[in-house]
Ligand binder design. Structure first.
Ligand code: AHR
Length: 501
């Protein structure tokens, strides 16, 4: 199969917002406990933060981290997680049926985020709580001092305000599984009132209203419209969440998952702009795609139907071992987010460690990179500057779930300061290679600096504790610049990255 593409430095879509490379730390499974935080681990610092995990987080290039949930936040009392460790209460977390010790909370998270070099993104509980608790949390976190709550933070060892700018107004409030689940009317009012009140304390906040938990939700579209009827003037973002998985052996549909993400984004943008038009507003509301990943959700839900487990502290939950195939899909989801960089200006891969994660750890043992770590890290490192509209002509691939889709998914970014053009491409075909020729108009010929590919004869291969380097990108076997064009042979089910100057 043959495909053609063209890039031109003039085809600018939008700057690459660095917040696109966010991730998520939820009190779920072992993401926090024995994930980022494990006092007594050989690599742990004085705060109990695992040094091996911090090193991998920095290597990953993550820019923001959303915290503390997720479903967890909808029953969370933030004040349980601050102050002297011995006085913190132990609670039941109904969202994940676990015991929460509260040994790790807001102040630890902000300290960890500073050490990891990431921007914290905080969620408030709008499930079982409301405006006052959100205000209290904001005052504790961001007010410099001189009030009871802000002085408490100072007394707890954080003299400087945390300065958290980005806040989620609850989590997945459209989902019947959510503690304190609400109708769009109920949530829209609460989100607007909470946003207004939070802005009265701090007008510079950036606020995210809950959109739909997936494009399959029966309320999708109507939910966003109703919520924004209430909150359009006081929020900056509406969220979107999406998880994909391989169903049976339908690899073609799975490899085309980003088609769904693409349509999801287009439909949210259309809905948001429709509300703006109805309200006569010029305000632009962007998308915070603040949960996305591959997640073997059906398998997880099947286990959850009959929860047999005892209530435990930090049990193993959804520790999916990601395959080469999963990593290729993660690469294409990142391509899609980048292609929409004009309206998707924040995103969080879910989650960072152990639970649906990029990084795995063993308690007391090693930390290692999952297969999905690699496309994330390389994209975060090399997709800089501005997104270019890569014009692609590719044959169609027929899929069961999405009908006919282009066999390739691709995007280009251009960093003028670094004089760097990066082209990212996924071949969605499960069994056939595709020859791609990319015209480099306006790039003066182009020199190939780096070309890597992620694929494998065994698409089910994973990285494990015993074989942590089994899945890694390797040098592209068939890529060159010929007569001012980038010519590459893309293996079936592969993710490729080309860096040119
Ligand atoms: O990331 C795992 C869970 O998925 C989150 O807690 C929830 O928001 C979503 O349903």
């Amino acid at each position: 199969q043959q495909a053609r593409a063209a890039v031109d430095p003039a085809f600018v879509v939008a700057p690459v917002g660095r917040r696109l490379f966010g991730s998520f730390v939820e009190h779920m499974g072992r993401c926090v406990y024995t994930g980022i935080y494990e006092p007594g681990h050989p690599s742990a610092d004085d705060d109990g933060f695992r040094g091996d995990v911090l090193d991998l987080v920095r290597e990953l290039g993550v820019t923001t981290v959303r915290y503390p949930g997720g479903n967890f936040v909808s029953g969370y009392r933030w004040e349980d997680g601050v102050g002297p460790a011995e006085r913190r209460p132990t609670r039941l977390d109904p969202a994940w049926r676990t015991v929460e010790t509260n040994a790790f909370g807001l102040d630890e998270f902000v300290r960890w985020a500073a050490r990891a070099g990431v921007e914290p993104m905080m969620a408030v509980n709008l499930g079982t709580r409301g405006v006052q608790e959100a205000l209290d949390l904001l005052e504790y976190a961001n007010h410099p001092g001189g009030t009871t709550l802000s002085d408490l933070r100072v007394a707890h060892g954080s003299p400087q305000p945390h300065g958290i700018r980005l806040w989620c107004l609850g989590n997945e409030m459209d989902g019947p599984w959510q503690l304190g689940h609400k109708t769009a009317q109920e949530y829209g009012r609460l989100a607007a009132e909470t946003a207004r009140a939070m802005r009265q304390l701090d007008p510079d906040l950036e606020l995210v209203a809950c959109g739909s938990s997936s494009r399959d939700m029966p309320t999708f579209g109507a939910w966003e419209a109703t919520v924004l009827e209430h909150a359009h003037d006081v929020v900056d973002y509406v969220s979107a969440h999406a998880y994909y998985q391989l169903h049976g052996d339908d690899r073609a549909s799975f490899l085309a998952s980003s088609v769904d993400m693409d349509r999801f984004i287009d439909q949210v943008v259309a809905t948001v702009d429709h509300v703006g038009a109805r309200l006569g507003s010029d305000r632009r509301i962007d998308i915070s795609f603040d949960e996305w990943n591959v997640w073997y959700l059906q398998e997880w839900q099947a286990q959850e139907v009959a929860p047999t487990s005892e209530w435990q502290v930090a049990p193993r939950r959804s520790e999916d071992a990601y395959t080469v195939l999963d990593a290729v899909v993660v690469g294409s989801l990142l391509i899609t987010l980048l292609r929409h960089a004009d309206r998707v200006t924040a995103a969080s891969q879910a989650q960072l460690v152990n639970t649906l994660s990029l990084i795995r750890t063993e308690p007391g043992g090693p930390a290692w990179r999952q297969a999905t770590f690699h496309p994330f890290a390389l994209t975060a490192r090399h997709a800089t500057g501005t997104v270019l509209d890569l014009r692609l002509t590719a044959p169609a691939l027929t899929t069961q779930r999405y009908g006919e889709v282009p066999v390739l998914d691709a995007v280009a970014t251009h960093d003028v300061d670094e004089r760097r053009l990066t082209v990212l491409v996924v071949n969605r075909h499960p069994s056939e290679p595709v020859a791609l020729t990319t015209g480099l108009r306006g790039f003066g010929g182009g020199t190939l600096l780096e070309a890597v590919v992620l694929t494998d004869d065994d698409l089910t291969a994973t990285n494990t504790q015993d074989d942590p380097h089994r899945v890694e990108p390797r040098e592209h076997p068939h890529a060159a610049v010929v007569d001012g064009e980038l010519v590459a042979q893309l293996p079936p089910a592969s993710w490729s990255m080309f860096v040119l100057q």
